[in-house]
Design a protein around this ligand. Structure first.
Ligand SMILES: Cc1cc2nc3c(=O)[nH]c(=O)nc-3n(C[C@H](O)[C@H](O)[C@H](O)COP(=O)(O)O)c2cc1C
Length: 352
């Protein structure tokens, strides 16, 4: 049994709730998981700095236990043609008309930077960071080190894990192909980096010396025990927490997860970056287009449609990220889920 994830974070249960940006992983969910002994994570990838400070303050009011903030490494800008932009705008406006929404032709991107987000979280007292889509720059790593903060980053391949270890991160989130949400791939092409969680964990743990937390398709104590038997020092669960009472996932998203009968699919039609979610007609309709714009342009152009789709309770008009194990989702309390996952894993493994 590898206790390094518990030691790194000062937690009693090596279960990490994934930072899920865009609403699902807010302060209530993070606080409940941390309070139960796991590591709750605020999904702050899309949040403005002031919003991050507020979320951290709410967690700090609800628990004195460790928690983390999850952020996205910025992407290099990918150019796109005016023609593709116009084609996409026309398509999205067709959808808006169907939903009774006002048409839109303007792209509004956020004005804050990744650095603004990191400093806001640091200044608000965050001690644990997790990142996806790459490795933090040496200057950010130095600043985080100076402030005594820990860093975990996502790898979807052995190459990425080796690079992250060289960059000086404390732990690796090994994201298997089963995982819900965005692929964290930052070297190579996401659709060719689709190693399943068990194999990925065993590859990575055999080559890197820092602790590895397994992510992707873990839904119960059996999954936790299996991942740890592969050499993981901890596990990361996203999908299983989406149907927790404290999760900020939309009602329609929760309902579709609990229904559990549709396939999941990797798509870049909502954000411009591959992500796994419950297959819907909108996803298929957009996937047929060759003019999907790069991340984050596609994300910000579709966000009003997806938010309204969720509010209007229209599953086919919103994104519902989910991992391949989602049919095991249950309505739960996040703290209870955390404790039960660990009790069951310990019983199965007969250790710890
Ligand atoms: C709804 C949802 C949103 C997600 N958002 C993020 C995110 O903001 N940052 C991140 O690093 N990972 C994100 N992920 C991926 C998780 O970190 C993790 O890899 C994944 O949830 C593990 O697989 P599972 O969903 O099968 O448990 C998200 C996953 C889901 C399901």
């Amino acid at each position: 049994m590898d206790h390094r994830i518990q030691e790194l974070y000062g937690i009693s249960i090596p279960i990490i709730q994934a930072g899920m940006a865009g609403g699902p992983a807010g302060a209530e969910l993070a606080a409940a998981v941390s309070e139960a002994g796991g590591l709750g994570t605020i999904g702050a990838g899309y949040s403005e700095p002031a919003g991050i400070v507020e979320l951290i303050q709410v967690v700090q009011q609800q628990t004195s236990k460790p928690f983390a903030v999850n952020l996205f490494l910025p992407e290099e800008k990918v150019p796109f043609s005016e023609e593709s932009y116009t084609t996409m705008i026309n398509k999205l406006n067709q959808l808006r008309r169907r939903m009774g929404l006002r048409e839109n032709t303007i792209l509004s991107l956020p004005e804050f930077t990744f650095e603004d987000q990191v400093y806001a979280a640091l200044n608000a007292g965050c001690k644990h960071f997790s990142f996806t889509f790459g490795a933090p720059s040496p200057s950010i790593m130095n600043e985080l080190r100076k402030q005594g903060a820990t860093v975990m980053a996502t790898a979807t391949s052995l190459n990425e894990a080796v690079l992250l270890e060289k960059a000086g991160v404390d732990a690796i989130a090994a994201q298997g192909s089963e995982a819900g949400g965005h692929r964290g791939t930052f070297i190579g092409y996401p659709l060719t980096e689709l190693t399943g969680m068990a194999e990925l964990v065993s590859h990575i743990t055999s080559r890197v010396s820092i602790p590895v937390a397994a992510a992707g398709g873990i839904m119960d104590g059996r999954g936790v025990a299996d991942a740890m038997a592969q050499g993981a020092a901890g596990v990361i669960l996203g999908t299983a927490y989406l149907t927790a009472e404290e999760s900020g996932a939309s009602a329609v998203h929760k309902q579709m997860l609990l229904k559990g009968d549709a396939p999941t699919k990797l798509t870049k039609s909502f954000s411009g970056k591959y992500a796994r979610g419950i297959q819907t007609s909108l996803m298929d309709e957009l996937d047929e287009m060759s003019d999907i714009l790069p991340y984050p342009v596609q994300h910000y152009l579709t966000v009003d449609i997806r938010k309204t789709g969720a509010l209007q309770h229209q599953p086919e008009m919103t994104s519902m990220w989910a991992g391949q194990g989602y049919s095991l989702c249950q309505p739960v309390l996040a703290g209870e889920l955390t404790r039960n996952l660990w009790l069951e894993a310990v019983r199965i493994a007969g250790c710890c």
